[in-house]
Design a protein around this ligand. Sequence first.
Ligand code: ZN
Length: 232
Amino acid sequence: MKLSRSYIADFVGLLFPQLCPACGEALMANEHVICTSCQYSLPLTNFHLQPDNIVARQFWGKVNVQAAYALYYFTKGGKVQNLVHHLKYKGMQQIGHAVGNIAGVQLVKNEIFYSADVIIPVPLHKKRLKQRGYNQSTCFADGLAHKLNAVVDVTSLIRTRATETQTKKGRFTRFENMQEVFMITDPEKLKNKHILLVDDIVTTGSTLEACAVELLKIDGVRLSIATIAYAE
Ligand SMILES: [Zn+2]
């Protein structure tokens, strides 16, 4: 008997089911990375339809941002937290690509986001990158780039020193800490580009703001922002 490839895949799937990183249920053979039920039920923000959304407001009066977007609302203990956790700490880079694709399908219909030339992920410090082996925001950028027909640039913006854990500090201290942490290596390359700066989660926006300050020093740069999730 000749076994078809999908039959073998189903059989292997029965023995070692792949789990959806959002809900923990076994994926069906036709499901890829995130199960169908989660794809339809994860909490979309639809911020691309609201120019004055809460993420965009974080930057008002600080840095000039064309448009700001987050794909999902993040809630503690929720499915989006599971997704981001598996993306960052469990080596599941494919989650970044999957959510990048989902976000891309929304953003491709928006003329501001669609006009982005270059996608730049918020860089990790090189020590952290070595530890983790990948930058989770680059995975998201790759998925987005595919839909938006833009290029991903991981060399022009770098993080020059590792920052300590920031969660217990207030907003002002956080921003102060970020000063001089990011540096542009090749301003010529980015001149007159519309840059889409991307990160995994946006909360106060202080990290994105610190990157934006540096990028906006380059002549003719326009900047927009996209993240996987927004957390209050
Ligand atoms: Zn699921």
